[in-house]
Write a protein that binds this ligand. Structure first.
Ligand code: C2E
Ligand code: MG
Ligand code: MG
Ligand code: MG
Length: 280
């Protein structure tokens, strides 16, 4: 603590702060150990085609069961991994395991989340190529999802990193669009292969009259730039209708399936073979 606060500032002693810091340190140690022991698992959430409602892909989501504490949500452990540099190893481990699972599902595509810290690393594209090569994965089946932060903060460097990553053949999706600044400027500057509309925009559908107009305007913007759109956090059939009407081509949310194990994805596909559920 002394190291962090020793910048000539006096801080009042606060036992609660110490406890918080200690808990964070403990969590960091446990996370480090879990990553080393390869105890971070991957859940897969179905992504469906908006017209046929067939499953066409999955999003890989990191899961951590902390010993003695139960499941820790990614919104808690991902920021810790990011601030401690553990995210590089964690992220590649998720990518590798998801690519291995993908081998059983030749007709599905795979989305994997990437943190700014990973993307910033000049070697990141090479790491991705190595994982794809080792697991025998066709790059065109992979979409890496990123949020806007790094694109806004370092546009010049982000452009270079994005181009290098695209050379590997993977696609890049802009995640959580509509949750932050969501500016037209960077959408035009960077060539994203997909836009994911944030859950908060989808959630407001049916709650107020403007929500549908805002959603339609957002999808129109993406279409004007030739960017296909996935809607996230779809929970009701009312939302499904509105999102189809607005022109989203892919849908994802609890309505179609929660993030689940590899086995559950396989079981679901057994019940609903792709060939039978396909409609014109
Ligand atoms: P995200 O990439 O935007 O992923 C979507 C989140 O929304 C997931 O939360 C998912 O479980 C949740 N979700 C999906 N459908 C619904 C729905 O219908 N209703 C509601 N209420 N929620 C829904 P999750 O798994 O807790 O992950 C949270 C975030 O943590 C992710 O947001 C992503 O930003 C980050 N994350 C997860 N795994 C990784 C990873 O391997 N690497 C990195 N860098 N970030 C990850
Ligand atoms: Mg995502
Ligand atoms: Mg998202
Ligand atoms: Mg998110």
């Amino acid at each position: 603590c002394a190291k962090e606060e020793g910048r000539g500032r006096w801080t009042r002693y606060d036992p609660a702060m110490d406890e918080e810091r200690e808990e964070r340190n403990n969590m960091e140690l446990d996370l480090r150990e879990a990553i080393e022991r390869q105890e971070i698992s991957v859940a897969f959430q179905p992504v469906v085609d908006a017209r046929s409602l067939d499953m066409v892909g999955v999003e890989a989501l990191a899961r951590w069961t902390r010993k003695g504490h139960g499941n820790v949500p990614p919104d808690v452990f991902i920021p810790i991994a990011e601030s401690t540099g553990l995210i590089d190893q964690l992220g590649l481990c998720v990518l590798r395991n998801a690519c291995l699972a993908l081998r059983q599902w030749p007709d599905l595509s795979l989305a994997v989340n990437v943190s700014p810290g990973q993307f910033r690393d000049p070697a990141f594209a090479t790491y991705v190529e190595d994982v794809l090569h080792d697991t025998g994965t066709d790059a065109s089946r992979i979409t890496l999802e990123m949020t806007e932060t790094y694109f806004i903060q370092n546009p010049a460097r982000a452009r270079g990193a994005l181009e290098r990553l695209k050379q590997t053949g993977v696609k890049i999706a802009l995640d959580d669009f509509g949750s932050g600044f969501s500016s037209v400027g960077y959408l035009r500057q960077f060539h994203f292969d997909r836009m994911k509309i944030d859950r908060s925009l989808v959630e407001s559908l049916g709650q107020n009259d403007r929500a549908l107009d805002v959603l339609k305007a957002t999808v129109s913007l993406a279409r004007a730039l030739d960017i296909p759109v996935t809607a996230e956090g779809v929970e009701t059939d009312v939302q499904v209708s509105a999102l189809k009407l607005a022109g989203c081509d892919l849908l994802q949310g609890y309505f179609f399936g929660r993030p689940m194990s590899e086995r559950e994805i396989a079981a679901r596909r057994g019940v609903q073979p792709v060939s039978l559920s396909k409609r014109a």
